[in-house]
Design a protein around this ligand. Structure first.
Ligand code: S3P
Length: 428
């Protein structure tokens, strides 16, 4: 994909695709519920399609219509053994969350995915699920997929996670639906709470103590199929928020974006940086809050991004690094070593590629330091087949002199298949 510098700003409005995290969870809980779950604004990106494929192989009937996804759930104990390995593609969320469910099934399943998945750490879920009684083996003995999961009866545990990860938390909570007593997870900082919210909406019993970063699930609920409206994905909206902020003479309205506080850290940091963002038509919970975001060109200043806000913007750090290049002063990102174990090592990917465009950026052990204000020029970018890296550089390219060539740009299909069309729609 080749992207040229834009001269006249970005204008118009758009609705970004449904939230990836919530779409995955709707399929999973829909499968474990009794009756039909209908999902509107489901994200038909490759990752969520992997989740659908896995549950179809576990015997769940899932219909894709134009406007809705229909999941015909079979209850907590209705999954069938698959007749082959499950393919999770590139999706860490599919792998870690489904592991929690498979840990309790009376059969053996093997999960495998692409090269990126085969290098991502799974020890973080093998440990708590092992404590609950599941037998999970990394077939290559390296703590990564392929994973062979021999399910069976589980014990409730009280788990203190070393990482603030919603995927770890959700794996334990989902396994906890089948345990012999309550299961709780305490994390070092609060991660996204979509599993907790959706489990409650389906009739599960979950207790949360957000100030203690603790969630507890009670076993054997009767989950009931229901209608789910998936908000626009703030992680996808992030590229247009950034693009509108850094591109002079821009004004963009992004409709119905999910603004769950455990996900909306970017909005807070944008505020700190001086971004001109107005929230309109805010709808509060119960469930997932949403708003329309009106974003205008802004003059940005550098900031420090650290501590407990990191999990609330972990996927937005690549695009925040791009914004920081266009801010005056220094931006420091720390406490974000998790970036190294995402779909690619996102610290290296951002530092290498932004440096190629002329940015002043350096990697640290747990983040990046960016000196803003130097002009960027086009370059050849290696996306490392990481959707968030590819989209971040599309935004950088709009404000870099000359042309930028993004290698492997079609990986945007993972979370945002229509990304380049939507971007073009605003630049006409
Ligand atoms: C996700 C949680 C985050 C995030 C990922 C989606 C989820 O990962 O980076 O894109 O849906 O639970 P971690 O929980 O590993 O931080």
């Amino acid at each position: 994909m080749v992207i040229s510098e834009i001269r006249h700003g970005l204008h118009g409005e758009l609705t970004v695709p449904g939230d990836k995290s919530i779409s995955h969870r709707a399929v999973m809980l829909g499968a474990l519920a009794e009756g039909t779950t209908s999902v509107r604004h489901f994200l038909k990106g490759a990752d969520c399609l992997s989740t659908i494929d896995c549950f179809r192989r576990l015997g769940i009937h899932i219909e894709e219509t134009d406007g809705e996804l229909l999941i015909h759930g079979k209850g907590l104990h209705g999954l069938n053994p698959p007749d082959s390995w499950l393919n999770v593609g590139n999706s860490g969320t599919t792998t870690r969350l489904i592991s929690g469910i498979l840990a309790a099934q009376p059969f053996v399943t093997v999960l495998n995915g692409d090269a990126s998945i085969q290098s991502r750490p799974m020890g973080r879920i093998m440990e708590p699920l092992g404590q609950m009684g599941a037998d999970i083996r990394s077939l290559k003995g390296n703590g990564c997929a392929p994973l062979e999961i021999t399910g069976g009866p589980l014990k409730g545990i009280s788990y203190h996670s070393r990482v603030a990860s919603a995927q770890v938390k959700s794996a334990v909570l989902l396994a906890g639906l089948y345990a012999d007593g309550p299961s709780s997870v305490t994390e070092p900082a609060l991660s996204r709470n979509h599993t907790e919210l959706m489990l409650e909406a389906f009739g599960g019993r979950v207790e949360t103590v957000p100030e203690a970063q603790k969630a507890t699930v009670y076993p054997e609920p009767t989950l009931k199929g229901r209608a789910v409206l998936v908000p626009g994905d703030i992680s996808s909206a992030a590229y247009f928020i950034a693009a509108a902020c850094i591109t002079p003479r821009s004004e963009v309205l992004i409709r119905q974006v999910g603004i769950n506080p455990t996900r909306a850290g970017m909005l807070k940091i944008c505020g700190q940086m001086g971004a001109d963002i107005t929230l309109l038509n805010v709808t509060e919970g119960p469930g997932e809050p949403m708003a329309d975001l009106l974003v205008r060109s802004s003059s940005l200043t550098g900031t420090v991004i650290e501590g407990s806000i990191i999990p609330a913007l972990i996927d937005e750090l690549p695009i925040l690094a791009v914004m920081a290049c266009f801010a005056s002063g220094t931006t420091v990102i720390r406490d974000a070593a998790e970036l190294k174990v995402k779909e690619s090592n996102r610290i290296d990917a951002m530092v290498e590629n932004l440096s190629a465009m002329g940015a002043h950026i350096r990697a640290t052990d747990d983040g990046m330091v960016i000196e803003g204000g130097s002009s960027l020029h086009g370059a050849v970018i290696d996306s490392r087949l990481d959707h968030r890296v590819a989209m971040s550089f599309a935004v950088a390219a709009l404000n870099a002199a000359g042309k930028t060539h993004i290698r492997g740009a079609s990986c945007v299909d993972i979370s945002y298949p229509s990304f380049f069309e939507d971007l073009r729609g605003l630049s006409r």
